[in-house]
Write a protein that binds this ligand. Structure first.
Ligand SMILES: NC(=O)c1ccc[n+]([C@@H]2O[C@H](COP(=O)([O-])OP(=O)(O)OC[C@H]3O[C@@H](n4cnc5c(N)ncnc54)[C@H](OP(=O)(O)O)[C@@H]3O)[C@@H](O)[C@H]2O)c1
Length: 242
């Protein structure tokens, strides 16, 4: 099997290094689920965690990391934490929102703080302003603008919220490469230099989703996957979150 030449981190425009693989935490509910997911993720080699004020699990994530980092001989500096400003805190409340996330996580600092999404809540799932990235939504134009301006383009919903793992082409390519459909979907992004944030509460899947750096998809498979592009979105409807 061919080995991977994809780097395990990207350098942001600030010069900071961000791991290419992070654990998505949207819909990880409650201290126990977060704890076991973080434990499985650290064991599998994840060194980045994607959180947000609207996920309402920052405190659980921070607590789990504080407890678990020593178990793996790691310190705060070894992990990369992302959080995000929710739309309700845009404008004058931005500092308050950032400080609230900082205090919920209680990890000293946040490595990357994003505007969760611009504008207001209530956009439909297929609204143009709800971007994401997977073979059915290749985002060619947006990616070239990001390249032009030195902006790191990161994927979310790479598994189509779980739906894409049953796509027949993805399943066929997975079988031919002796990999799982999730690994193929994630590898397709990573091989293009796009960081991924697969979410799972299942320790076996968390481990499975981290095995992306020891194989390569050939050009034909990459092109066949990219040809699935049809503008389809799976992102949550923000109106349901806050
Ligand atoms: N910046 C933003 O606006 C934004 C928006 C959306 C998401 N995100 C981030 O991106 C992360 C990922 O996106 P997402 O949560 O929408 O969806 P996703 O990662 O595409 O899919 C998650 C779903 O796939 C299932 N799954 C995970 N691994 C699997 C595997 N190996 N085989 C089969 N099914 C698998 C999970 O179920 P189990 O948990 O049962 O395994 C879950 O239902 C989020 O958690 C969040 O951190 C950011």
């Amino acid at each position: 099997m061919a080995s991977s030449s994809s780097p395990s981190s990207v350098v942001l425009s600030t010069g900071v290094q961000m791991p290419v693989l992070g654990l998505g935490t949207y819909k990880l509910w409650g201290p126990e689920e977060v704890y076991w997911a973080v434990d499985a993720a650290l064991a599998a080699g994840y060194r980045a965690f994607d959180s947000a004020a609207v996920y309402r699990n920052e405190a659980d994530l921070g607590r789990a990391l504080k407890e678990l980092l020593p178990k793996y001989g790691l310190t705060r500096e070894d992990v990369f934490i992302t959080s995000k400003l929710g739309p309700k805190d845009h404008g004058g409340k931005a500092m308050e929102g950032a400080l609230h996330s900082l205090s919920q996580l209680d990890l000293g600092y946040i490595d990357l703080y994003l505007i969760h999404w611009p504008g207001t809540q209530g956009l439909a799932v297929d609204d143009k302003r709800n971007p994401e990235f997977h073979p059915r939504l290749c985002q060619t134009e947006l990616r070239s603008v990001c390249d032009e301006y030195g902006v790191c383009f990161q994927a979310y919903s790479s598994l189509g919220k779980g739906e894409l793992v049953t796509d027949p082409l993805v399943m066929e390519i997975a079988k031919n490469n002796e990999r799982t459909p999730a690994q193929v979907l994630l590898r397709w992004a990573v091989q293009q230099g796009v960081p991924v944030l697969p979410k799972s509460s299942n320790p076996d899947r968390i481990k499975e989703n981290a095995r992306l750096f020891d194989f390569t998809l050939n050009k034909t498979d990459m092109n066949r996957l990219s040809a699935l592009d049809c503008g389809q979105k799976y992102c949550w409807d923000p109106s349901e979150v806050v």
